[in-house]
Design a protein around this ligand. Structure first.
Ligand code: F6R
Length: 604
């Protein structure tokens, strides 16, 4: 949510900033802006809309200077507009600031600043920051101290970068919102996420909350809020530049759907040992979870659906498990004790609701584990332990490949927990072999155009329902989320058996019901299909090849290869991703940038 970038080097910063901002557009696209510093000149340009509008606006007379900051916005305070776009400046145009997060005490700060003669030009919470810095400079503080003194007045969550006329540096800090430094050969960078500058460097320093950075062309200095030096070792990111481009696809989402066989191979590689330890996690030798008596998942959106899938896999293995919505858990936490493993499932590792849920149990004896895609993310660092899903960077706002890698990781974790809890248990070879077989099965689904044909055939309905049972239930919820998110059509997911308890009233011949079959309890779901058909709605089934009964009953069947029944939902889910993708394409929707949304939701 909101992307921040900065360039500090010897070349003109503007091209670099426009590139890194484009790379970060998945974090927000309501407006974009840059501030370029050239000695004593500070040039700020900003525009409502996507980065392309900013590029057009600066193309004739680009701002120049070797130091700059940039911002792409997802609005929280004030609607998208030129005035509310970042960077924001003080009254004298001496300081420019970009901010991601929410400053909770901004009204008090703004009232006080106004009373002292400051004038404001936007509705944002962020605009108080340059005015505060300006005041500290006027009071005689040196720029670095002025920055730290100003930040110390803020309450809330923030990643902030600032430039000050006459200073050859970017001043930055974070608290609750992500910020990473990129170390280049001839320049240094700052960004909310690594993919912003991955084409320029893979050497990074992940800042911690409370860190302050002064980034110069040939030096990066870190301190705490009192100015004491802080040391953080640089990391080398394993992702490559090619991971973060579209590689010939029209949309990141389509590319990432097609990357799933590769992503899943990476997730599972080296982690299964069906005739030995069962599951091999480098980080967790056998026995690491032998004191876990129950698992509580906390997660949001797609990750919550992966957690529901994980809950089913654990319960089938006799391990009590509950998936909780992180936003609810944060304010109404479940009772936990030393036998509870609280698993935060979060692709980005930066989702504010999920971090709040983790923090809600921080002072309890429960153990926390982050299951995440991003090494160095806040969740990975705040949890007691981290398990990485290894899906590679995901740029499309709609999560796709990370859902698959999350489910595969949670399946492995479920198996590890079962083995750790029962010294006599032996590995479930069928499940582990089944997991290894999923990438190949996915390849055959990705080469098939049936989902596209069905999306076209049922393109003009009023409502889209998705039903399933067992692991087909979270897949139905996920299918509906993906469909509404990128097509903007009314879509809902239900447990198949629940439909007759109310939602059936919505089903008419102007709806289409997609039913997910997994090879388990299919006959019950077939009853539900018939209930729907007798209300006039066509049914599209997604079913294993061997499910001949289903083929006979449904109006249309998209076949998936036969797979381990616990894993067949991974295959159906990819069919649903393709169904949503093509339905959105048919409607001409901005698939990678759905309205009102952004990847990495860093506000509660
Ligand atoms: C939907 C989607 C969101 C995220 C949710 C949690 O396609 O991407 O629902 O799943 O915002 O994000 P993470 O997994 O980063 O915590």
């Amino acid at each position: 949510m909101c992307g921040i970038t900065a360039y500090v080097g010897s070349d003109d910063a503007v091209d670099n900033l426009l590139t890194t901002l484009t790379n970060l557009e998945y974090r927000g696209y309501d407006s974009a802006g840059v501030a370029l510093l050239d000695g004593s000149d500070l040039d700020v340009r900003k525009r409502e809309g996507e980065t392309d509008r900013l590029k057009e606006a600066v193309s004739e007379h680009p701002p120049s200077g070797p130091i700059g900051i940039g911002h792409t916005r997802w609005s929280t305070h004030g609607p998208p507009s030129d005035a509310n776009a970042h960077p924001h400046t003080d009254c004298h145009g001496r300081v420019a600031v970009v901010h991601n997060g929410i400053i909770e005490n901004y009204e008090t700060l703004r009232d006080d600043l106004r009373a002292r003669g400051h004038e404001f030009t936007s509705d944002t919470d962020s605009e108080v920051v340059p005015h505060l810095i300006s005041e500290r400079l006027a009071a005689g503080s040196d720029p670095e101290t002025a920055f730290r003194e100003s930040i110390a007045q803020l309450e809330g969550s923030y990643a902030i970068a600032a430039v000050i006329r006459g200073e050859d540096a970017v001043f930055a800090t974070r608290s609750g919102s992500p910020l990473v430094v990129g170390l280049g050969e001839t320049a240094n960078y700052l960004a909310s996420d690594v993919p912003a500058f991955l084409e320029f460097t893979d050497r990074v320093i992940h800042l911690d909350d409370g860190d302050f950075a002064v980034v110069r062309p040939d030096d990066v200095r870190l301190t705490d809020v009192d100015g004491h030096a802080v040391h953080r070792a640089p990391d080398t990111v394993e992702w490559t530049d090619g991971d973060a481009d579209k590689s010939g696809y029209n949309h990141y989402m389509h590319k990432e759907i097609h990357e799933q066989p590769v992503a899943l191979r990476q997730t599972v590689r080296g982690r299964t040992d069906p005739t030995g330890d069962g599951v091999v996690f480098e980080e967790f030798p056998p026995g690491s979870f032998d004191d876990v008596r129950e698992v509580v998942f906390v997660a949001c959106g797609t990750s919550y659906h992966a957690a529901l899938y994980g809950q089913a896999m654990l319960r089938r293995r006799g391990v009590p498990a509950t998936a909780a919505l992180a936003s609810e858990f944060a304010t109404e936490p479940h009772p936990v004790d030393e036998g509870t493993l609280v698993v935060a499932v979060t692709q980005s590792g930066e989702t504010a609701d999920t971090l709040a849920a983790m923090r809600a149990v921080a002072d309890t004896p429960a153990r926390t584990l982050a299951v995440t895609n991003v090494v160095g993310s806040t969740a990975a660092r705040e949890a007691d332990d981290a398990l990485f899903i290894r899906a590679g960077p995901e740029i499309g706002v709609a999560a796709t490949k990370t859902f698959s890698s999350q489910v595969a990781t949670l399946g492995l974790l479920a198996e590890r927990l079962r083995l750790d809890n029962d010294p006599d248990a032996t590995p479930d070879e069928a499940f582990l072999d089944g997991l290894q077989a999923i990438p190949e099965a996915l390849e055959s689904i990705l080469g098939d155009h049936h989902a596209e044909r069905v999306a076209n055939a049922y393109g003009a309905k009023e409502s889209y329902f998705f039903i399933g049972r067992g692991v087909g239930f979270p897949v139905s919820l996920e299918g509906a989320l993906k469909f509404k998110e990128i097509t903007y059509e009314h879509a809902e997911g239900f447990a198949a058996g629940e439909l007759k308890h109310g939602p059936l009233a919505l089903v008419t011949d102007n709806s289409v019901v997609t039913a997910v079959f997994t090879g388990q309890n299919d006959e019950k779901t077939l009853h539900n299909v018939r209930e729907v058909q007798s209300r006039g709605a066509p049914v599209v089934a997604i079913a294993p090849e061997s499910a001949t009964e289903v083929r006979r009953a449904a109006d249309e069947t998209i076949e998936i290869p036969d797979a381990h029944p616990e894993l067949s939902g991974l295959l159906s889910n990819v069919v649903l991703q393709l169904f949503s993708y093509h339905a959105a394409e048919l409607r001409g929707r901005p698939i990678d940038k759905p309205r009102n949304l952004a990847k990495s939701v860093t506000v509660e």
